[in-house]
Design a binder for this molecule. Structure first.
Ligand SMILES: [Zn+2]
Length: 55
């Protein structure tokens, strides 16, 4: 168990100094897509909270 060993969070391969914290631009793009997917997957934006406070 070595904390010094840094891996690409996408595929688990050793990360590249050029593309840190990822191993390649491909994994970098995949991480971005994953975040966007999560955003779209959220069920209903909590935008009505302020309206409720006025009542
Ligand atoms: Zn990778």
């Amino acid at each position: 168990m070595t904390r010094m060993t840094r891996k690409c969070p996408i595929c688990g391969k050793p990360r590249s100094a050029e593309h840190t914290p990822f191993c390649s631009t491909r994994c970098k793009d995949r991480d971005l897509v994953r975040w966007l997917d999560d955003g779209y997957a959220l069920p209903g934006p909590p935008a009505l909270d302020e309206e409720e406070g006025k009542a």
